[in-house]
Design a binder for this molecule. Structure first.
Ligand code: TXA
Ligand code: MG
Length: 324
């Protein structure tokens, strides 16, 4: 059974030693918690797939702490990669490029490409530096379940399958990284996430949307992020029946006329009282975790505007509503 350790220097070193010797550990990043092992060690990657019950066709993201490490992972030195990494690393952007030889097949699911990210969370950076290797890490949840934004979420989902969880508190961004792929200097969006697409476009100009996300990013199944309870999306909280005792309510913002008094708090989560998309992004997984654990039988979710971080929030809500 896993144990939660406060992410102090001593415990980061303990986790780094485990990773150096081929083991795995869960750790905080600014997006969501990750389950990491050495990106150069095929056995460590196999342990990650096993713990998450993740199918082998769904590749892992390789996390680095210094730009110098890039050369061990990809031979790509193109202008696009440099522009994107200089502007957005460390931070919630994953870049898919041609893969270098040091990365074992299992990490990339045999693809000729590799996904790379430099996280900004100080604990993640310290762990990678001390491990002395890039860290391959998917989100630290069971395959297909909600992503973890707190150490307790990791314990609930993976507690039986791993030993160590470093606790760095709640994740600031709260949504997985945005994933783009660079192909012939073209930039293609594979997954909306914690970095708004508009910000990327400000730097590299218009980017392409993958026409078939399923094939482009193998892990992007249409029903990812499904909580256990059915989720139904409403354009506005005005359209919801707050009297429905079987429903829990996930609201984007405080409704104009206020909330009915009879609504019990256990079945309610307001992502941002003022309707701020950054707050909503940080709260969406945490809120779904809460409502999934409530006494309700189903979750009614209010849509958010599909701009900025709202694109990624809606992507997660839509996937949660399409349970496989
Ligand atoms: O914010 C994040 O990205 C978090 C933290 C831990 O860094 N990680 C994360 O990993 O969300 P994961 O495994 O849950 O999602 C990674 C996704 C895969 O499902 C796959 O769709 C895509 O990244 N991916 C990885 N390698 C790829 C590749 N070579 N080509 C296309 N897509 C790739
Ligand atoms: Mg994931």
């Amino acid at each position: 059974m896993a144990k939660i350790y406060q992410a102090n220097s001593e415990n980061i070193e303990m986790a780094a030693a485990i990773i150096r010797s081929g083991g795995i550990a869960a750790f905080p990043t600014e997006t969501v918690y990750g389950l990491g092992g050495s990106a150069f060690n095929a056995t460590a990657a196999a342990k990650i797939f096993e713990a998450k019950k993740r199918p082998f066709f769904d590749p892992l993201i390789v996390h680095i702490a210094d730009i110098e490490t890039l050369k061990d992972i990809t031979q790509d030195t193109g202008k696009r990669l440099m522009e994107l990494s200089e502007n957005f690393w460390p931070g919630p952007l994953t870049i898919v490029v041609r893969r270098g030889r040091a990365i074992p097949d299992i990490v990339t699911s045999g693809l000729p490409t590799v996904a790379i990210r430099m996280p900004s969370h100080p604990v993640a950076l310290e762990l990678i530096r001390r491990a002395g290797v890039p860290i391959a890490a998917p989100s630290a949840n069971l395959f297909g379940a909600l992503s973890p934004t707190r150490a307790e979420h990791v314990l609930e989902g993976l507690g039986k399958n791993i030993e160590i969880i470093l606790d760095g508190g709640p994740c600031e961004v709260g949504l997985e990284s945005t994933i783009v792929k660079i192909e012939d200097e073209r930039t293609i969006l594979l997954r909306p996430g914690g970095l708004p697409v508009e910000e990327i476009q400000r730097v590299v100009g218009k980017i392409d949307m993958a026409d078939n996300t399923g094939a482009e990013a193998p892990g992007m199944l249409p029903y990812h992020y499904a909580p256990l309870k059915p989720v139904k999306i409403f354009a506005s909280s005005k359209d919801m029946d707050f009297g429905d005792k079987d429903a829990a309510f996930l609201l984007f913002k405080e409704p104009e006329g206020g909330l009915p008094d009879f609504l019990d708090k256990e079945r309610l989560a307001v992502m941002s009282s003022t309707g701020d998309l950054k707050e909503a992004a940080a709260a969406v997984f945490q809120s779904l975790h809460k409502l999934d654990a409530s006494s309700a039988k189903k979750i009614y979710a209010e849509a958010v505007p599909q701009e900025g971080l709202g694109l990624a929030v809606m992507d997660r809500l839509i996937k949660a509503s399409r349970k496989g």
